[in-house]
Design a protein around this ligand. Structure first.
Ligand code: BGC
Length: 261
């Protein structure tokens, strides 16, 4: 637990499932007040808010499209009207679909880039504006992926969006470092979430995925949430512009395990 987070106010995008819900709940345990954004899964967002409250924090579910300026502004407005301030912004909303690149419809490309990259830009911009205009210490965490570093065939749009998030994070971290604003990335690997439910339900695909993970197991959303809580806290006060991979070693070139090569 991080004492300094007690009573602070967070916005998290895409909080209605998976990693977003786990982070919300963890922030609840830290006694934070959490604006839990969702796009279409209202029931999931309400459950996340219940989990935040049960854990000891406060929360509210808010529908918004993070790929639009009005959407992210609504999240800032709710944080201010409900809780009076904003301390932490977590860009978590993301989506993926598989398709060979020569067949990838432009609409799929645009949809994924809009949520995963433009959404991170817009959320970052909205949070920065509030922090700068109010001369306030601020913290931004982006949920990226191991695929900001590892190329992922048949997921060109997803990989491109995450590569973009990496350099966006580094650039903004540098730009605002002297204003008491920290900006970091978390790069989850294969995590047990709804986005992966189908894939990991198939024993063969599960085995194939495990072979890419030196620790040979799928991660839990709570393990990503623990990294988010640390980055959010003052324990990470000298950390900005990094990607903290939470991936069981997936980014370590597992094909070379055992001295192969
Ligand atoms: C994706 C997962 C995938 C993992 C490892 C994540 O970014 O969302 O679907 O299993 O990367 O490849």
């Amino acid at each position: 637990m991080y004492q300094d987070l007690n009573g602070k106010v967070a916005v998290i995008t895409g909080g209605s499932k998976g990693i977003g819900t786990a982070i919300s709940e963890r922030l609840g345990k830290e006694k934070m007040k959490v604006v839990v954004n969702y796009h279409s899964d209202e029931a999931g967002a309400n459950q996340a808010v219940e989990a935040v409250k049960a854990a000891g924090g406060d929360g509210i579910a808010v529908q918004a499209n993070v790929g639009s300026e009005e959407g992210v502004q609504k999240l800032v407005d709710v944080a201010l009207s409900e809780y009076g301030t904003l301390d932490l912004w977590i860009n978590n909303a993301g989506m993926e679909n598989q398709c060979e690149t020569h067949k990838l419809p432009l609409e799929d490309w645009e949809r994924v880039i809009n949520v995963n990259l433009t959404g991170v830009f817009l959320g970052t911009k909205a949070a920065l504006s509030y922090f700068v205009e109010n001369n306030k210490k601020g913290n931004i965490i982006n949920i990226s992926s191991v695929h900001e570093q590892i190329p992922w065939p048949t997921f060109a749009h997803y990989s491109a969006s995450k590569g973009g998030v990496k350099l966006l994070t580094e650039t903004v971290a540098m730009e605002y470092a002297n204003r008491n604003i920290r900006v970091n990335n978390i790069g989850p690997g294969a995590i047990k979430t709804p986005i992966n439910a189908e894939k990991f339900a198939d024993p063969e695909q599960l085995q194939t995925t495990k072979e890419t993970i030196p620790m040979q197991r799928i991660g839990n959303p709570e393990e990503v949430a623990a990294a988010a809580a640390w980055l959010a806290s003052d324990e990470a006060s000298y950390v900005t512009g990094i990607t903290l991979f939470v991936d069981g070693g997936m980014t370590l070139y597992p094909a070379f395990q055992g001295g192969k090569g």
